[in-house]
Design a binder for this molecule. Structure first.
Ligand SMILES: [Ca+2]
Ligand SMILES: [Ca+2]
Length: 413
């Protein structure tokens, strides 16, 4: 990225005239020490009081930050013209002197923040989708909670299966009752796998790179001849929503609401495009496992990972959360409706929202969908820029794929 001082000075001049509410305040939040007696493989946790006093959560972000910081002048103006002026400062709740904690989880203070994203097509690298489902930007207020610092791994999920004998949806043979029109050969256990063509294709038909693969499941992420051995620290994949919810319940946790997920992903910042700021690769540094090359046929994997990466290989955000952009999509508790944010159009702060009562996606009416967030190793500005922090994803809640997993949250009693 070009980061010439001349442009930065010019950008500052532009922003002084543009910014009114699109700013953050000095952050007074705090970072916890990891304490507790949780077995990191089992995922089971017990909330315990840390005897470690609170320290800054966002220690490097204590100076004033605008939602257009580090943008070039055109991007800054276009971001504001796209609606970024609706952002108001993230205001975290007061931080207790002694933080509740559980091993492998981080304290998210909750508070008020502005949720959603301006039209990203206006900014460099913003992709081709205007994403109206993520507007209007609206105000949300949340209680504090704990969140897994990383996506649930294969090792953690294996411990769950070992303890419970749980069988995922992908491992079960689909029934004639559920799919009355399916051909007999299609009624086999399996899951959806990214199977890229060997040549350039139009991007208007995702079936050109997605296939239903017999016997693909969390132990066999690319199909029966593949294995997750050696990938114990990679996020588990081929997880339907009910599988994620079952794991969360066993672990004494739950899936995050969409609002909790976004608050956590923003890491204390206000209105930034990414979980870490406004440059996809600040100083040339890869910040997330996404897709490089030419989608879908040529994955150059310049970030080191053509598929999933072990968790925590890329920098954490301001709250100490890893892979909130990319690696695998993460299931949220909420149903997906494309018009849900429209119902939030108000100056009031919506308190602890849990999403709409039902699901509707005009792209596939009649298919119940849950929210997924954060994008995956397949996201690129050529096709899907949903590693941008305010964007929304969705998926059939009974479909598993090899680029979707989850992480959990836990209430603070
Ligand atoms: Ca990658
Ligand atoms: Ca992720």
């Amino acid at each position: 990225m070009i980061r010439l001082s001349y442009f930065r000075l010019l950008f500052l001049g532009v922003c002084i005239s543009l910014l009114y509410s699109c700013t953050s305040q000095p952050n007074n939040s705090s970072k916890q020490e990891s304490v507790g007696s949780t077995d990191s493989l089992s995922g089971k946790t017990t909330t315990a009081l840390s005897d470690t006093p609170a320290a800054p959560i966002v220690s490097t972000l204590s100076t004033a930050i605008s939602c257009t910081r580090e943008m070039l002048p055109d991007d800054s103006m276009n971001y504001m013209a796209g609606g970024a002026g609706a952002y108001r400062p993230t205001q975290p709740n007061p931080i207790p002197a002694v933080l509740p904690a559980a091993a492998g989880m981080v304290y998210i203070p909750g508070g008020e923040f502005s949720m959603g994203i301006p039209d990203p097509t206006r900014v460099k690298g913003g992709g081709k989708e205007a994403m109206p489902d993520a507007r209007p930007i609206h105000r949300v207020k949340l209680k504090a909670f704990l969140m897994d610092e990383h996506e649930v791994t294969n090792a953690e999920f294996a411990a769950f299966v070992k303890a419970t004998g749980y069988v995922t949806l992908a491992e079960k043979k689909p029934t004639r009752e559920e799919f009355p029109d399916a051909l007999p050969e299609m009624l086999v256990a399996g899951s959806v796998v990214f199977t890229p063509p060997n040549h350039e294709v139009r991007l208007d038909d995702h079936l050109q790179w997605w296939s239903y693969v017999k016997a693909a499941d969390w132990r066999h992420p690319e199909g029966p001849s593949s294995s997750n051995k050696g990938k114990e620290q990679n996020p588990v994949v081929h997880i339907a929503w009910e599988d994620a919810a079952a794991y969360a319940k066993w672990a004494g946790k739950r899936l995050p609401t969409e609002a909790e997920w976004e608050f956590a992903a923003r890491g204390g910042l206000t209105g930034n495009i990414y979980a870490w700021g406004n440059q996809l690769q600040p100083g040339g540094k890869k910040m997330a496992n996404i897709f490089q090359g030419h989608f879908p046929e040529r994955n150059s994997a310049e970030d080191g990972y053509p598929t999933t990466s072990p968790v925590k290989k890329f920098p954490a955000n301001g709250y100490g959360l890893y892979d909130m952009a990319g690696n695998v999509w993460e299931w949220c508790a909420d149903w997906y409706r494309n018009d849900y944010y429209t119902s939030r159009a108000s100056d009031k702060a919506w308190t602890d929202p849990t999403g709409p009562a039902d699901s509707f996606d005009p792209d596939e009416p009649g298919v119940p969908k849950k929210v997924q967030r954060g994008g995956s190793f397949l996201c690129t500005d050529q096709y899907c820029t949903r590693y941008m922090v305010g964007t929304r994803g969705k998926a059939d809640w009974r479909t598993a794929t090899n680029h979707a997993g989850f992480r959990c949250v836990k209430d603070i009693n």
